[in-house]
Design a protein around this ligand. Sequence first.
Ligand SMILES: NC(=O)c1ccc[n+]([C@@H]2O[C@H](COP(=O)([O-])OP(=O)(O)OC[C@H]3O[C@@H](n4cnc5c(N)ncnc54)[C@H](OP(=O)(O)O)[C@@H]3O)[C@@H](O)[C@H]2O)c1
Length: 262
Amino acid sequence: MAKQKEVAAKSNKPLSGKTAIITGAGSGIGRATALTLVRAGAAVVIQDRRKDGISKLNSDIQAQGGKALMVIGDASLPLDIDKLLEKTLKWKEGGRKYDIVVVNAGRGLAGGTLISDNSQWEEVYHLNVLGAAYLMRCTAKYLIERKKGDIVAIGSVAGRNISPFSAFYSSSKSAIGALTEGLRQEICAHGVRVSLVMPGIVASGFQKVAGFNENNFYKRIAHIGKLLEPQAIADGICWLLTQPPHVNVSEIIIRPTGMNYP
Ligand SMILES: NC(=O)c1ccc[n+]([C@@H]2O[C@H](COP(=O)([O-])OP(=O)(O)OC[C@H]3O[C@@H](n4cnc5c(N)ncnc54)[C@H](OP(=O)(O)O)[C@@H]3O)[C@@H](O)[C@H]2O)c1
């Protein structure tokens, strides 16, 4: 009887039976999103370029009784994205299908056109724009055939209102905003939802990778007060995914309360 109740409770979770792919899941927003979607009942395919983060995440998910498939790969490379999708479609525990794609892997870069390190420009665009667009294109084609599903792209407040700290990065997130809305218009008639989640400043590995330091960033944001934790973004993603199928929350911005720019 207790076992039956447990099974019933599990199947009552809002994302039970769904499989979600999350890129860049080894830390920050991707990690929090994977754990949150597992708690909501989803099986998750966790992708990252390094093994350590997703191995730890995989153990944490297994400890909660969740299902995860780890895939190591570079989210900026079409070949690795193809492999990620092939592995997902072969994953028995995930039902050999996927329902949700969180296009999360991305990186920042301090500075605008004048002072950002231009030796990193290509890497930023290959990951934030070209890799993201390729993943959205491949998964949209598959979800159109299934006539349902969700693509959630992680943009940025800085893509909507240009950041005073990182205008080059902002340009890549503006591109994601345009691609996401364009894709939504292209595929909404097929029952597939497309959403753009725009975080404000989230304390994560992002700041170090971007090259933010006391002078070019932390001093200038000190007045904001408490920054977001990745969980705030994960909760927003889970909320939009659990709306009824005819409701597409196409954009959300989640900022720290004290963030007065841009
Ligand atoms: N944090 C913020 O303030 C903020 C604000 C707005 C939007 N965002 C966006 O949110 C997303 C997640 O950022 P986050 O804050 O969670 O940063 P994070 O803590 O640095 O997490 C990003 C994850 O993606 C991985 N990754 C980097 N390049 C990759 C690649 N080529 N292929 C596969 N995985 C890769 C990283 O691995 P490594 O550890 O090896 O780098 C890391 O595990 C990004 O798209 C970012 O632009 C962040």
